[in-house]
Ligand binder design. Structure first.
Ligand code: VGL
Ligand code: ZN
Length: 196
């Protein structure tokens, strides 16, 4: 587990049941992710969380010609992390999609409060292997996984800690295939940190 980090992608109210862009069973990712936050933290591995953090007016939203209903508008309840997610002080939060002409599906477009990109933070911490879970499998998780692989990182997707939007039925399964073809590995949360 040396040089490993955990990345939680967009576990925000708007992507969970009741939210404006709800993913079916989006909140089912929370229990496995909370266990992993504890495990990684106890073993001194870094934990990062990205959040979709849009302005009120953005070409990302259908109201301005984009694809999506309004979601994760900066400072709103919908943009907050799900209240059950253990965003402890060890979790490093990065925000993406603040531009008015920016989709920013990938967490590699996310920056911390000091303006540093996720990739820079990972490099500084010597991370070479990223464990990834969160929302949504067919958009932000997929884009993040593909960018991580492009950056030369080993990637393990936690398959019980992701859920898909499924604009088209089967998008989730297709995204899994695409991530696998690109070189991602898959595991289940209970198999992390336990000997085989
Ligand atoms: C996402 C659609 C629009 C995601 C973000 O987090 O997967 N999907 N914005
Ligand atoms: Zn978005």
């Amino acid at each position: 587990m040396k040089n490993c980090a955990l990345l939680l992608v967009d576990v925000q109210n708007d992507f969970c049941p009741g939210g404006s862009l709800a993913v079916t069973q989006g909140d089912a990712v929370i229990a496995p992710l909370n266990r992993l936050i504890s495990f990684f933290t106890e073993h001194q591995h870094p934990v990062f969380a990205s959040r979709d953090w849009h302005p009120q007016n953005t070409t990302h939203f259908a109201s301005s010609g984009g694809s999506w209903p309004e979601h994760c508008v900066q400072g709103t309840r919908g943009a907050a992390f799900h209240p059950q997610l253990s965003v402890t002080k060890e979790v490093q939060v990065l925000s993406k999609g603040q531009g008015e002409r920016e989709d920013a599906y990938s967490a590699f477009d996310a920056r911390d409060d000091g303006g540093e990109l996720l990739g820079q933070r990972l490099e500084k911490e010597g991370v070479t292997h990223l464990y990834i879970g969160g929302l949504a499998t067919d958009y932000c998780v997929k884009a993040t996984v593909l960018d991580a692989l492009k950056a030369g990182l080993a990637v393990t997707v936690i398959e019980d800690a992701i859920a898909a939007v499924e604009v088209q039925k089967g998008d989730g399964a297709r995204a899994m295939e695409e991530m696998q073809r690109a070189g991602a590995n898959f595991t289940r949360s209970q198999d992390i940190g336990t000997p085989p």
